[in-house]
Design a protein around this ligand. Structure first.
Ligand code: 5GP
Length: 119
């Protein structure tokens, strides 16, 4: 399946729809989730056109990967999340329930989050 340039995060990157931005550099954008599932819920995306983690981990440049990983850490620290902790996750594909086909990581925190997966 090719990358869909009309997915909602591609539109956010192009500035066609707004977002509440928390972070930006040349390769990465961080913004609040529109339907937060925790007191703090931020999405971190590469600006490059990658469908999911499988795509990003194979096809992104070393520079893009480094910027992404470092941005996640910076955002979490900016939001005072490392202590007492936060959850970092990415849904990859249908079985994970990925809704938006542009690779993104969720940073969730602000309260104890319970078990990782619902029963
Ligand atoms: P996924 O299920 O693909 O891992 O997560 C997609 C996330 O994107 C969901 O948590 C959803 O609330 C969020 N989302 C969908 N559309 C928008 C939007 O237009 N703006 C923002 N900020 N978040 C969105």
């Amino acid at each position: 399946m090719p990358y869909d340039p009309n997915n909602v995060f591609a539109k956010i990157i192009r500035g066609e729809i707004p977002c509440k931005k928390v972070y930006e550099d040349e390769h990465v954008l961080g913004f609040y989730d529109i339907a937060p599932q925790a007191p703090v819920h931020v999405l971190v995306i590469p600006k490059g056109a990658y469908i999911d983690f499988n795509d990003f981990s194979q096809n992104a440049s070393a520079r893009e990967v480094e910027f992404f990983v470092r941005a996640v850490g910076k955002i979490a620290r900016e939001l005072d999340l490392p202590d007492p902790g936060y959850r970092l996750l990415t849904n990859n594909g249908a079985n994970a329930g990925q809704e938006v086909p542009h690779f993104h990581a969720h940073i969730c925190g602000g309260k104890p989050l319970g078990r990782m997966l619902a029963n």
